[in-house]
Design a binder for this molecule. Structure first.
Ligand SMILES: [Zn+2]
Ligand SMILES: [Zn+2]
Length: 278
C-alpha cells in the first residue's frame, strides 16, 4: 500500500495526500467515534506523519479528550482524522479517501459500544442503486452536485458559493390587458389566480433550461398531455401559434405560441409527469 493516496472533505476545501498507509485499517465502534462521525462507527487507517501532507486547506480540530484531536472540514463538516498527540501517525477516515474501496478492513474495536444495527446490515432489504430507487433524485443530485470529485484537482473554487446554481423562484407575464391574460392562463392551463393576478404553479424540479443562439427572447414552457389540442385551444382563446407541434427525435415534443399580449411561450408534451420522448 505505498502508492500515493489522495482524499479530502466533501466540499473540497481540505485535501490530503498519503504516501504510505499502515496495515491497520479498521472500524471503531466506540461511542466517541459514533458521535464524531454522527454514524454507527468510524473507519480509520493510519498514515505515518512523515508520509502525510495536507495539499489544500487545513482542517479544524476538536479535542475529544485530553490527548486526542479529531479533525474535520470547517466548511462542510466532513470528519477527516483522529490523532493521539503522542503518536507518530495520523488516522484518516477511510470514507474520505478518493478510493475507499481500495482499503480493505483488517479488524474492529470499541466493541463495548457496537450497535445492534450492525448485525442487520447484511440482511437489509436491497432497494438497488439511487438511479433505480430514486431516478428523479439521482438527476437532481447530478445536476446540482457540489461534492469535490474523487481525484486531485489543480484548482477548486469550492465552493459552496461558486458552484451553487441559483434557483428560478418567480416569473411574471405582462401585457396591456391583464384581465385578458388572467383569463387566458387560468382557462387553458388551470392556473388559479387571485384578484391581483398572483398565482403559484408546480414546477419540474430541477427545472431544465437551455441558452440558445436566436433573436432575444425567453420562453416559459408548460407541460401538457397533447400539444396540438392545446395549440388549437390557444388559438380559440386569442393566442397565436409560432410553431405547430414538432418533434425533436430522442429529446422532446414542442409547440410554440404567443399569448394574447404577444408573450412568447412554449408547450412540452408530457407522458404523465415526464416529457414525452419521441
Ligand atoms: Zn469541506
Ligand atoms: Zn473509537
Amino acid at each position: 500500500m505505498n502508492e500515493p493516496k489522495h482524499g479530502g472533505c466533501q466540499c473540497g476545501a481540505v485535501r490530503y495526500r498519503a504516501n504510505n498507509l499502515r496495515d491497520n485499517s479498521h472500524v471503531c465502534h466506540c461511542r466517541m467515534c459514533q458521535k464524531s462521525a454522527g454514524n454507527f462507527f468510524s473507519a480509520f487507517v493510519g498514515v505515518p506523519l512523515t508520509d502525510f501532507s495536507w495539499t489544500r486547506g487545513q482542517p479544524s480540530v476538536f479535542s475529544s479528550s485530553e490527548h486526542v484531536d479529531r479533525g474535520f472540514c470547517e466548511a462542510c463538516g466532513t470528519p477527516l482524522f483522529f490523532r493521539h498527540d503522542k503518536s507518530s501517525y495520523i488516522s484518516m477516515t477511510i470514507g474520505s479517501f478518493d478510493h475507499p474501496e481500495n482499503i480493505p478492513l483488517k479488524f474492529q474495536l470499541g466493541m463495548e459500544a457496537r450497535l445492534p444495527q450492525m448485525d442487520q446490515l447484511a440482511k437489509l432489504h436491497d432497494k438497488g442503486t439511487t438511479e433505480e430507487d430514486d431516478a428523479d433524485g439521482a438527476i437532481a443530485i447530478k445536476s446540482s452536485n457540489r461534492q469535490h470529485p474523487d481525484h486531485e484537482t489543480s484548482s477548486w473554487s469550492s465552493a459552496l458559493e461558486n458552484a451553487m446554481a441559483q434557483p428560478v423562484v418567480f416569473f411574471d407575464i405582462a401585457g396591456p390587458d391583464d384581465a385578458a391574460l388572467k383569463s387566458f392562463y387560468s382557462s387553458i392551463f388551470g392556473w388559479e389566480l387571485d384578484q391581483a393576478g398572483r398565482f403559484s404553479v408546480p414546477v419540474a424540479t430541477p427545472i431544465k433550461g437551455a441558452i440558445r443562439k436566436d433573436p432575444t427572447e425567453k420562453r416559459i414552457y408548460m407541460g401538457v398531455p397533447d400539444v396540438s389540442a392545446c395549440l388549437s385551444l390557444i388559438e380559440q382563446s386569442g393566442g397565436t401559434v409560432d410553431a405547430p407541434r414538432f418533434e425533436v427525435p430522442g429529446v422532446v415534443v414542442l409547440g410554440l405560441f404567443r399569448d394574447p399580449a404577444g408573450n412568447p411561450m412554449g408547450l412540452v408534451e408530457m407522458d404523465g409527469d415526464v416529457p414525452h420522448v419521441p
